[in-house]
Design a protein around this ligand. Sequence first.
Ligand SMILES: NC(=O)c1ccc[n+]([C@@H]2O[C@H](COP(=O)([O-])OP(=O)(O)OC[C@H]3O[C@@H](n4cnc5c(N)ncnc54)[C@H](OP(=O)(O)O)[C@@H]3O)[C@@H](O)[C@H]2O)c1
Length: 286
Amino acid sequence: MYRRWLVVGAKGMLGHDLVSRIAAGGYDVLAVDRDEIDITDPQSVDAVVGGVDVVVNVAAFTAVDKAEEQEAVAFAVNATGPEILARRCKSIGARLVHISTDYVFGGESNEPYAEDEILTPCGAYGRTKAAGEWAVRTYTDDYLIVRTAWLYGRYGHSFPATMKALAQTHASIDVVTDEVGQPTWTVDLADLIVRLVDSNVPSGIYHGTSSGETNWNGFARAIMESIGKDPTIIKETTAAAFDRPAPRPHYSVLSHDTLRAVGVEPIGNWLERWRIASPIVLGTGA
Ligand SMILES: NC(=O)c1ccc[n+]([C@@H]2O[C@H](COP(=O)([O-])OP(=O)(O)OC[C@H]3O[C@@H](n4cnc5c(N)ncnc54)[C@H](OP(=O)(O)O)[C@@H]3O)[C@@H](O)[C@H]2O)c1
């Protein structure tokens, strides 16, 4: 049913692995990024988006700190862009898969956020992504909003590569313990997106994160183990020690109830998945 795919934002961290996964599934996939399309421009979207069954929007303004100063620019990409894509998808009869974030929640909870929790966005980035969700839900009725968090992958900047680089030059590294979440491999999220579309699940909000939870310090220690470094070089600190423009959610854990309700298996435990991912993500495999 969904044979022809279009991935918008294909050169990003998630986009790379998503295009590979779709192609491996035997589907036709057209991959575009900023060189070919500007999602904030309706004419550009009309020219590129057509003749497909499903559009996956992984394009976004993802620089959380920069968004504090450039909220209007972030809003154009993270909210107006999804509106334009949703309108276009509706007019051509394509399903829209839109990727969102844990930052639509404030992170003050201490239990996993349900898919239908009221949005309480964290910072400018979170506000623009929350508006993007509303836009998608307003302008098409054939959509999947897939919220993810703490993504890492082989492409682009990600936490494991940063930790690996720091471990080459530092005897100790301070990493926060008071931000809790679910490290999620882009390959696993790409696979989940394809499984959701394959299963023809109902329109709605789904959470695309690993199972279980840890904090950044725990993830950093797991990364040290993977590269053969002593995990005790990772020291404990708190977010208050860092002067960053944007607030960070303290608790980003997302529940997977709507996945289970439609019979789609959530991504596995974050640590088990990291052990499989690490040689590929860090380029240390055979
Ligand atoms: N990374 C995470 O930890 C994380 C966590 C939660 C949710 N997410 C969400 O997951 C999705 C994918 O994230 P990612 O980390 O893979 O993003 P990414 O690496 O920043 O890739 C986003 C891509 O979108 C492109 N783009 C930006 N503005 C565009 C526009 N106006 N028109 C067309 N393309 C445009 C970017 O091009 P340029 O590079 O040229 O700007 C980039 O290639 C996003 O929706 C993000 O909000 C990510």
